[in-house]
Design a protein around this ligand. Structure first.
Ligand code: SAJ
Length: 428
């Protein structure tokens, strides 16, 4: 069986590689020539544990091909980005999905299966994708099969989750669901959950929304604890000992292309009703302002001039900076033009990102940990004696060890330094 996968990003590429490993003939398509070139040279263009090794294996199989243009296949998978539209409503922007679909039209034949893996707003398949194919004369469920099979893998654990997670398969008709199930069954060890397209769409965006709302609760709790001079980490640790409580972790905000985006798809479809979801987004998306304010307070207090940011990615141990709160905080600090801002991130290669940890901290007044990379759990590589002020503000609550000369500040003990009066609440 031949499968053509459009979009070789964080989801499409691992998916394509797993299909190839499972015995499918695969053609991976991406409009970005740099991605195709890198893959042709034998390298995977993203950082994801284990992916390069499996790629090395499938590349030499003779059933793997990458190209900028699609070709005929038995099944087509669309795994392209779905950002939200700029502006008030922040509705799901289906333009990349539709463009990918249109690019496939010349190659689609009767009996083919089309799968959308991209995260989409509830009802998109029924109301927007299906009509494109019907306009071409296809009868969905009879001459063509169409399903939404949302990806739900966690960056950093994509390979194992692709295989072991359960998988939602939402066909436009039951026959579409069956056809898609047959494909995913070849490599999914987890349960295959059969449903219809709109239920699959809503379940997927609701999973991320559930997490976003819970993180908002943790972020709000951390602010409340600060106001009341209570250590938020102690509260979370103790409350989570209850068998039915799982308070998430506060942080500098919620990033990535999932949690920071998908809840808007629900809000834009049901703006009057989705109040809690919208408010949670607001709480999480204003965390970078809150953290920036704290940083400014900490710097003012010591009359410092150099800030070193540790970690630019949206979360730990990956190289992805999409919607990263760390990047947003970096930009806010830069815009002030008050301090010298340095960024150290061993996972990110960008011109302004320092790779040498010593250069990043020399004469610095404050290290701000914004990402939970493993490298930051024990800051044993940092020459604190080279710093102007040996101060660390750990917004992720992950630093377990620093030199005893170092002042370690986090959301749990911040109240000892900065008193309440709501001074940290509003934008920087
Ligand atoms: N974060 C917190 N506190 C927490 C947990 C996370 O502040 O307690 C932050 C992270 O630092 C990060 C953001 O939230 O900035 C999102 O990270 P994440 O690890 O929660 O999730 P993603 O965005 O990497 O992946 C999510 C996953 N969804 C769920 O766990 C419900 C993944 O399974 C999905 O496949 C993925 O979204 C997606 O592509 O939709």
């Amino acid at each position: 069986m031949k499968v053509c996968i459009v979009g070789l990003g964080y989801i499409g590429l691992p998916t394509a590689i797993i299909f190839a490993q499972s015995g499918f003939e695969v053609i991976g398509v991406d409009i970005n020539p740099a991605v195709i070139q890198t893959l042709k040279e034998g390298r995977v263009p993203i950082e994801e544990p284990g992916l390069q090794t499996v790629y090395d294996e499938v590349r030499n199989k003779g059933t793997w091909k990458v190209s900028q243009t699609p070709e005929a296949a038995d099944a087509f998978i669309i795994a392209v980005p779905t950002p939200f539209k700029k502006g008030e409503t922040k509705e799901c922007d289906l333009s990349y999905v539709k463009a990918a679909l249109r690019s496939l039209l010349p190659y689609i034949q009767e009996g083919n299966l089309i799968i959308v893996e991209s995260t989409i707003a509830p009802r998109s398949m029924e109301d927007e994708i299906k009509p494109v194919l019907e306009n071409e004369g296809y009868v969905i469920g009879s001459t063509l099969f169409l399903a939404h099979c949302p990806e739900r893998v966690l960056p950093g654990r994509i390979l194992s989750e692709l295989i072991n997670n359960n998988r939602i398969i939402g066909g436009i008709t039951p026959s579409c669901t069956e056809r898609a199930c047959q494909m995913y069954q070849t490599f999914v060890n987890g349960e295959i959950i059969k449903t219809d397209a709109k239920t699959a769409e809503m379940a997927k965006v609701m999973e991320n929304t559930f997490r976003d709302v819970n993180i908002a609760l943790a972020n709000e709790l951390s602010k409340i604890c600060h106001e009341l001079s209570i250590n938020v980490y102690d509260v979370i640790r103790i409350a989570n000992k209850h068998p039915r409580v799982n308070i998430h972790q506060p942080g500098p905000g919620v990033g990535g292309h999932c949690l920071a985006v998908d809840p808007y798809f629900i809000v834009s479809k049901s703006p009057q009703t989705a109040k809690l979801i919208g408010l949670s987004r607001e709480i999480n998306s204003t965390m970078p302002d809150y953290v920036t304010n704290i940083i400014l307070h900490l710097m003012k207090e010591i009359e410092g001039s150099v800030i070193t940011i540790f970690g630019l990615t949206y979360k730990g141990n990956i190289d992805d900076i999409r919607e990263s709160p760390a990047l947003s905080i970096y930009k806010k600090l830069m815009a002030l033009e008050t301090y010298e801002i340095r960024v150290y991130d061993p996972h990110v290669s960008m011109p302004f990102v320092e790779k040498d940890i010593n250069k990043a901290v020399v004469n610095s007044d404050l290290i701000v940990v914004l990402t939970d990379h493993n490298e930051f759990i024990r800051l044993s590589g940092v020459k604190f004696s080279d710093m102007n002020h040996a101060r660390v503000f750990d917004t992720k609550g992950i630093v377990e060890w620093v030199d005893e000369t170092v002042e370690l500040i986090n959301f749990g003990n911040l109240f000892e330094l900065i008193k309440r009066e709501g001074e940290l609440q509003d934008g920087a």
